[in-house]
Ligand binder design. Structure first.
Ligand code: GLN
Length: 583
């Protein structure tokens, strides 16, 4: 009956137009039945008049609650399609108004991840890179703020020729343009787009409207994967599907029929439950996939593959499914990980008592643990609480110390004490960005004898400004996106420990800082045993310091944690964990 009706719609211009009108102007008033017909009409039309490029688009939305792991699902889909030989990229659209997360407090939004081309982005991009090994760029993360900024700039230029600028169509057109950008530019087979937030949020509505339009325009070249939550009510002993039904209803009211549902759950979903959800939410049964809590996020791609998530996506996109790839190296990584039970304990000295604030560092350490056949356990030590009296008690039991990155004065004296403890007690110590700067300040105070040495960021009046503001940062008043950001080259000194760790003489690493090692003090440091073994070849900026007489005492101005991936762990983290094992 539906086929007959579709033919009717397809051949009757008048009816198609009528449905188009309903679709555009009266969506909220349409019944599910009407919406179903119009979806069907759109698919049929697009099948016969498909647009020119061949890139397929996968939209990942979330419902019921935030923090369900949309980023991990998007990254897993990317991984699985990549394993089938496809060229993929993953992007994220965040509904908040900040231009980028660079100015956001980590308590608000977790770590700020930096791309090689110098964009400050959402931490989910870190998952995308860790899972796929494919580098992201400034075009892989957009926010409402950035989209409005671009529209407003165009308006000021007069590009809209006297039009009234509105959310629909101007903002939604801009979103669509950005969503399609990588597909049009990069020759990708798949562009996976994750939408931040939860369906029903006011902020995400323009993004969902853009997806609705794109699904209509792209037809069989687009699918929507919706991630929801199925709670378990202990008192009733039951898993509840109602929140999922409501969330899908919410999507339908916007005009989006999800093609695939991924259900986060703490208990396995039986066949009956899947059937019920498929039935209530108009999706086929094979398109209902469960995502159980896993001991590690790196299990997720395997669990998704077992349930045929990638195959279902391909089928929905009218593509050939072919053989299921073996994911050999990924499986070996997981096998090794499960076997690694001997623990290594690392103290993470920082001021944010929040896992997400140091996400990439935690992941880099855990990957490095696996490759050393160890399980790295990280212990957060609040640097604000460290004093001369308690530093030994707080840090004594750990195999290694990471002095974390950061901004502002709070907790920095504790970081200096941690650096001193690590140096004096021969404990492997790794300082990253502000952590490196605090190692440098500590060395100046306790070895060079400059008792007030500091970074001018933390003490503008210090008479020993061993860390100073970079020349080109001095006149900057705008805080957003103006730091030294992204990938820069660094030459490694021959014979240094870092040169042997990297096994090369030039590296490229990502940055996010305004302050730098003050080269006026370089000679004093070198003479006293802290060597500047990594420098920028163009500017001489000190990128790495090391104390060769120590077991492992290295500080980097850059952030190695941004480029450690599952299949390509970072050499510095690998070597640091190895050093911690010899405790
Ligand atoms: N606050 C320091 C600087 O701007 C370090 C930054 C960081 O740790 N990312 O130089």
């Amino acid at each position: 009956m539906y086929t007959f009706l579709t033919a009717d719609i397809y051949f009757s211009g008048c009816l198609t137009q009528r449905i188009g009108e309903l679709w555009l102007y009266n969506i909220s008033k349409m019944s599910v039945y009407q919406r179903f017909i119009s979806n069907f009409a759109a698919e049929t039309l697009n099948k016969y008049f498909s647009p020119v490029t061949d890139t397929k688009y996968i939209f990942v939305t979330g419902g019921v609650a935030s923090s369900l792991g949309k980023g991990i699902i998007a990254a897993s889909i990317g991984k699985l399609l990549q394993a089938r030989g496809y060229n993929i990229t993953i992007q994220k659209f965040d509904p908040y108004i900040n231009i980028d997360p660079g100015t956001l407090n980590p308590y608000e939004h977790g770590e700020c991840y930096v791309t090689d081309d110098g964009q400050e982005t959402d931490l989910d991009l870190g998952h995308y890179e860790r899972f796929t090994g494919i580098k992201t760029t400034r075009y892989n993360n957009f926010t409402t703020g950035r989209i409005y900024q671009s529209v407003i700039e165009k308006e000021r230029r007069g590009d809209y020729l006297g039009k009234t600028i509105q959310v629909i169509p101007h903002i939604t057109d801009e979103i669509k343009r950005d969503m399609l950008y990588l597909g049009k530019k990069g020759g990708y087979d798949f562009v996976i787009t994750e939408i931040g937030g939860t369906v029903g949020d006011i902020e995400s509505q323009p993004f969902l409207e853009a997806i609705r339009q794109l699904k209509w325009e792209l037809g069989r070249r687009a699918v929507c994967v919706h991630l929801t939550y199925v709670p378990y009510l202990a008192a009733a002993g039951e898993l509840k599907t109602k929140p999922t039904q409501h969330s899908v209803k919410e999507l339908l009211s916007i005009g989006i029929q999800p093609d695939i549902l991924v259900l986060r759950t703490e208990h396995p979903l039986g066949l009956n439950l899947r059937r019920k959800i498929a039935n209530f939410c108009n999706v086929s049964q094979d398109a209902v996939v469960q995502s159980l809590d896993m001991p590690t996020i790196y299990e997720v791609p395997l669990r998704m593959q077992e349930q045929g998530l990638d195959a279902t996506i391909l089928r929905k996109l009218d593509m050939e499914v072919g053989e299921t790839p073996g994911l050999g190296p990924w499986r070996s990584f997981l096998d090794r990980r499960h076997k690694a039970t001997t623990e290594v304990h690392v103290a993470l000295v920082g001021k944010y008592d929040l896992q997400d604030a140091y996400k990439s560092i935690l992941e880099s350490l855990s990957q490095a643990g696996t490759y050393n056949d160890r399980k790295v356990k990280c212990h957060f030590v609040n640097s604000e609480k460290i004093t001369t009296e308690n530093v030994k008690e707080l840090l004594d039991s750990y195999d290694g110390i990471i002095v974390c990155p950061g901004f502002g004065q709070r907790g920095t004296e504790g970081k200096i004490l941690a650096a001193q403890f690590g140096r004096e007690n021969n404990v492997p110590t790794f300082g990253i960005c502000l952590g490196m700067q605090m190692m440098v300040a500590e060395f100046a105070r306790n070895v060079l004898g400059y008792s007030d040495a500091n970074s001018v960021e933390l003490d503008p009046k210090t008479t020993h400004n061993v860390i100073d503001i970079m020349e080109d940062q001095k006149d900057i008043t705008n805080m957003g996106g103006t730091m030294r950001l992204g990938g820069y080259e660094c030459g490694l000194r021959e014979g240094s420990k870092v040169a042997s760790i990297y096994g090369t003489s030039t590296i490229r690493e990502r940055h996010r800082h305004r302050y730098e090692f003050n080269n006026d003090y370089k000679e004093a440091y070198e003479a006293a045993g802290m060597l500047c073994v990594g420098t920028n070849p163009d500017t001489d900026l000190v990128e790495i310091v090391e104390v060769p007489s120590h077991r492992w005492y290295i500080g980097t101005q850059f952030h190695p944690e941004y480029s450690s991936t599952v299949l390509k762990p970072h050499p510095l983290f690998l070597d640091f964990v190895k050093a911690c094992m010899k405790a």
